[in-house]
Design a protein around this ligand. Structure first.
Ligand code: SF4
Length: 242
C-alpha cells in the first residue's frame, strides 16, 4: 500500500493490540515517551524499555508496561509503531521509499478496518508525521557512521561478513552486551543534551552531539554496533550501514 491507498481504522480501545508485541523504538520514540510520562529519557529507558532503550518492554502477562487497564498510559507520547497500528511501514534505501502493510488484528480485537479514507489521512491523523520527520533527521547520521567505519576498519585485513555479523549480534542482543556509549547516547537524549529545550532544538542538538561522539570514538566494534542499532531503530535493515 502507498499513501493514497484506501484505508481507515477505528480503534475501540479494547487494548488487545497492546499485548505480546515486539515494538522497536527510535531515539525520538524514547524522547516522546519521556515527555508524555514526565520523566527523563534515562528513567524512560529503565522503566519502559529493554535492549538499551530500543525495544518497548512488555510484562510477563504479555501486556505492555504502559498499558493501564485497556488504555495507553502514555497515549500522548505513544511510539510510532503504536500510532501506525494496524499498519506497518517498510522502508527502502531511498528517503521517500516506503511501503505500508496491514497487520493482522489481535484475536478478539474490537478494531474496525475500513476504506473510508486513505493511508496518508490515517498517518497524519495519528500524529505520525513528526515521528517520520524525526527519523529522517536521525537517518542523516547513517552516512556519518558509514564514513567513520571506512576510516577505522581495514577490510583488507578484517573479514567484512564476520565483522558485520558480530556487529548485528551485538546490536540486537537483549543481554550480556558490551558497554557502548554511542548506543547509550542515542536513546538517552536528555543525558547528553540536557533538559528544558523544545523537541526540534533537542533533536538538532542531539544529532550534533552524536556526530561529535562518533568522531571521537575509535573502536570499530562500538561504531558498527551503534550503526546497526540506529539503522534498525529508525526502520531500516542492518544492511543499510554496511
Ligand atoms: S505504548 Fe501504549 S499504545 Fe503502545 S503498546 Fe504500550 S500501551 Fe499500547
Amino acid at each position: 500500500m502507498n499513501r493514497k491507498s484506501p484505508f481507515s481504522y477505528v480503534c475501540n480501545a479494547c487494548g488487545l493490540c497492546c499485548h505480546n508485541k515486539v515494538i522497536t523504538l527510535s531515539p525520538y520514540d524514547v524522547l516522546r515517551l519521556a515527555r508524555a510520562a514526565g520523566i527523563t529519557t534515562r528513567e524512560t529507558i529503565d522503566r519502559f524499555t529493554i535492549r538499551r532503550g530500543s525495544i518497548l518492554k512488555f510484562r510477563e502477562s504479555g501486556a505492555c508496561v504502559a498499558l493501564e487497564g485497556t488504555r495507553c498510559g502514555v497515549h500522548r507520547g505513544r511510539p510510532l509503531a503504536c500510532r501506525l497500528y494496524p499498519l506497518g511501514i517498510e522502508r527502502g534505501k531511498d528517503a521517500g521509499d516506503e511501503k505500508f502493510v496491514t497487520l493482522e488484528p489481535a484475536a478478539g480485537s474490537l478494531g474496525v478496518y475500513g476504506i473510508d479514507g486513505d493511508v496518508n489521512e490515517f498517518v497524519e491523523g495519528q500524529g505520525g508525521a513528526a515521528y517520520l520527520e524525526a527519523n529522517a533527521r536521525y537517518a542523516s547520521l547513517l552516512a556519518v557512521f558509514r564514513e567513520r567505519i571506512a576510516q577505522t576498519v581495514d577490510f583488507d585485513r578484517v573479514e567484512p561478513r564476520e565483522f558485520w555479523r558480530r556487529a548485528v549480534r551485538e546490536a540486537l542482543a537483549e543481554s550480556n552486551y558490551d558497554p557502548n556509549s554511542l548506543i547509550d547516547g542515542m536513546f538517552d537524549a536528555d543525558g547528553i543534551v540536557g533538559i528544558g529545550i523544545d523537541d526540534a532544538e533537542m533533536i538538532a542538538t542531539h544529532i550534533e552531539q552524536l556526530r561529535e561522539m562518533l568522531a571521537r570514538e575509535s573502536s570499530p566494534e562500538i561504531i558498527a554496533a551503534a550503526a546497526v542499532m540506529l539503522a534498525v531503530s529508525i526502520g531500516f535493515s542492518p544492511a543499510e550501514v554496511q
